[in-house]
Design a protein around this ligand. Structure first.
Ligand SMILES: [Zn+2]
Length: 471
């Protein structure tokens, strides 16, 4: 089994992955706050996590992934109050929409999706441990984490507590604290807000404690990887470390991996700039979710992803090259002989995995894949496809698609599957045949005609070019 290296935010360096249980990787990924549809920036992070999980499975690891659903926090409560709806009326439909976005992008499901509202008891228990150990205190029915007790606070983000001033997010809660830097674990109930009973009276959990309690419940007090977007590093993940390690006295997480932001047309996405998109917005505008997936996967997770129409078009083009090669290979003749493609396939698979194992260097993986696509096309052009080649190539494509998730016809019901052959592919083949005729490569031209005939496409050669129709 290959040992991948990842850029660990904790320590800011590439480190080999060393799972606590060899061969098994336990991953916690901060999930959505289900008060509104996810935007494509959120989805970029979830796609990066999908790539990580799939890559680890590809390398032979057993992966357990937990993703929480934040269904009570300031934003869900605010939305509930603004609309006059109950918390459930807000969070249930948004949660459903979230899962349909995951499906549309072929993101594999996590093993557990714990909801914050169903784990209040675990959060209370964790807070009680922190109070007992002197790391937390009660004030006016709320509970705060005592940052002065935590010597290594700031080691994930490199945040210098000496620099914290009133008004920053870490001190933005309007409660009485011993120290402005302390953060809230439990908020005393306010009139009109949902609340739960606790040893300190009615209240609700703070956002940070939700993730500590739920991750440790499902993955244990120490686990392998914790992911999120870069905006989670501070204060959210810093506070998770503080809470978890102060309560247990054990290292919380070995490897922290964070995905960079998505920007649109070079600018930060925002509603006021009019460049704020959900997946539904893009699909309505005609974008193919398969191309969106490909585009988001193809940019390294530590680079900002600049989402543009041109980039989406390029993603479509790359997928088309894959589809065309598959189609051509499926319909080309094979002669007996010794295969030259077998070695190319092996080389591609090796390079594909090596690149993924190096901090998910997916562009190198894709370069290896498209190198094979070129070789296969050359073999088809030269009539050099031999028996067995097709199976080797198709098996390798299925293998890399365990990671990429863009080729499986079950996941992407395209025209090609529903009607036998997509118009675009036919157009491409017809154009290739015309070129072959112009080049006086009659054999190749006939081969394409036979291929198309086999797929139920009839060609009509006219003076102004070739037309085609389905039989
Ligand atoms: Zn979280």
């Amino acid at each position: 089994m290959r040992q991948p290296v990842f850029f660990n935010t904790l320590g800011r360096r590439l480190e080999p992955l060393e799972p606590l249980v060899p061969g098994q990787v336990r991953i916690y990924t901060c999930g959505p706050t289900v008060y509104d549809r996810a935007h494509i920036g959120n989805l970029r992070t979830f796609l990066f996590e999908d790539l990580l999980n799939r890559s680890l499975r590809f390398m032979g690891y057993e992966v357990t992934q937990v993703m929480n659903l934040t269904d009570v926090d300031d934003r869900t409560i605010q939305r509930s109050q603004d609309t006059g709806k109950s918390l459930d009326e807000i969070t249930v439909p948004v949660t459903e929409a979230f899962f349909s976005d995951l499906d549309a992008l072929a993101i594999q499901r996590a093993d557990h999706y714990p909801k914050a509202t169903e784990h209040i008891a675990e959060m209370i228990a964790l807070i009680e441990r922190l109070i007992a150990a002197g790391y937390a205190y009660e004030s006016g029915g709320s509970i705060f984490f005592r940052i002065a007790e935590d010597d290594d606070y700031g080691r994930l983000s490199g945040f210098d507590l000496g620099q914290v001033r009133q008004g920053e997010r870490v001190v933005s809660d309007n409660y009485d604290k011993e120290d402005v830097r302390d953060f809230v674990l439990w908020k005393a109930a306010k009139p009109g807000e949902p609340s739960w009973e606790s040893p300190w009276g009615a209240g609700r959990p703070g956002w940070h404690i939700e993730c500590s309690a739920m991750s440790m419940k499902y993955l244990g007090e120490s686990f392998d990887i914790h992911c999120g977007g870069v905006d989670n590093i501070f204060p959210h993940h810093e506070n998770e470390i503080a809470q978890s390690e102060s309560a247990t006295g054990k290292p919380f997480v070995r490897t922290w991996i964070h995905a960079e932001h998505l920007i649109v047309d070079g600018q930060k996405m925002s509603k006021s700039l009019g460049n704020f998109y959900t997946l539904g917005d893009l699909i309505e505008q005609g974008a193919d979710p398969r191309a969106i997936r490909y585009l988001m996967l193809s940019v390294h997770y530590r680079d900002k992803l600049n989402f543009t129409l041109e980039a989406l078009e390029a993603a479509n083009g790359a997928l088309k090259r894959l589809d065309e090669m598959r189609f051509r290979l499926a319909h080309t003749g094979a002669s007996p002989g010794e295969s030259r493609l077998v070695a190319s396939v092996e080389k591609m698979l090796e390079a594909f995995e090596t690149a993924l194992a190096h901090d998910l260097n997916v562009s190198e993986s894709l370069a290896a894949l498209f190198g094979l696509v070129r070789e296969v096309n050359t073999a088809i052009d030269g009539g050099a496809v031999v028996e067995g080649d097709r199976e080797h190539v198709m098996t390798a494509l299925a293998r890399v698609d365990e990671v990429l998730g863009v080729l499986d016809p079950e996941a992407w019901r395209t025209e090609a599957e529903s009607e036998g052959l997509a118009d675009d592919n036919i157009d491409a083949l017809v154009a290739e045949r015309e070129q072959a005729r112009a080049d006086r490569q009659w054999g190749r031209a006939d081969e394409i005609r036979d291929q198309l005939q086999g797929a139920g496409i009839v060609l009509e050669d006219a003076r102004d070019g070739t037309r085609w129709k389905r039989q």
